[in-house]
Every structure is written in structure tokens, then in C-alpha cells.
Design a protein around this ligand. Sequence first.
Ligand code: FEO
Length: 164
Amino acid sequence: MITKTMQDAINDQIHKELYSSYLYLSMAAYFEDNNLPGFARWMRVQESEERQHAMKLYDFLAERGGRVLLKAIDAPRSEWKSTLEVAEEVAAHEAKVTASIHALYETALKEKDYPAQVMLQWFITEQVEEEKNAAEIVANLKLIEAHGTAVLMLDHRLGKRGED
Ligand code: FEO
């Protein structure tokens, strides 16, 4: 049986994952409105991943005899100045999620909740990937701003060297 402290901490994380999903869906809507279906698709995939993260925690809590308690989700922001500003917000948001996953892991250590520690290792690994992807998109957008798209096309070509 899971402790009350651990149950509360997991419920908080479920809330954060669902907020992330809501924020990313709002970003997808912003991109649809700005005729950028590729970027909208990126955010829709992210949105769906965040719901899966929430459900992973939900299922874990239910399996351990805990009680899932959902909280109200704030309305997310709906307007941004540019694509770069959205990407920077995604990167900053993912950094916050990483900090929150690490804090949750600390709680699992203090509570001596070994199954939670194992389950959270998946999230720790996932966050490394999430942060890397967001940082890459920010960096690409900055490169385009500074040097135009040609540099990315050249990078793509160089990335294929040795394949043929
Ligand atoms: Fe659920 Fe993007 O972290």
C-alpha cells in the first residue's frame, strides 16, 4: 500500500502532466491558426505523450492501492509572438517538469518506496529526451533567424554523408 505522502506527490505530478498536455494543445491550436500544420502536428504528438505520462502515473497509483484525485487545470496561454517563443516556452516547461520529476524521485527515496523509484526511472530517462528535442528545435529556429534555411539544408546533407 502506498503512503499518503507518495500518493499526494503522484497526484500532483498527474496534475502537472495534464497541464502540460493542455498547454501543448493550446500551442497546437496557435500553430493551426498560423498555418503551420507541421508545428501543430509536433505539439499534438507532444500533447498526446503528456496524457500518456499522466496515465502511466494514474495506473501506477491505482495498482498500488492509492487513490487518484484530479485537480482543476488552469487555462493555458493562447498567444505567442513567434514560433521561436513557443519553442523556448516548451524548452523551459520541460526543464520545470524535469525538476518536478526529480523532486518526486527524492520523495520516493525518503518514503523508501522502491516500486515508485523503479517506475520513475522511466520518467527520468524520458525527460532527457524531451529536453534534448526541445533544445534542438530552439537551436534550429535560432540558426534560421541568423543564417536562413540554407544552413539547415547543408546540415541535413552532411548528416547523410557515408550513407551512399
Ligand atoms: Fe511529461 Fe514532457 O514531460
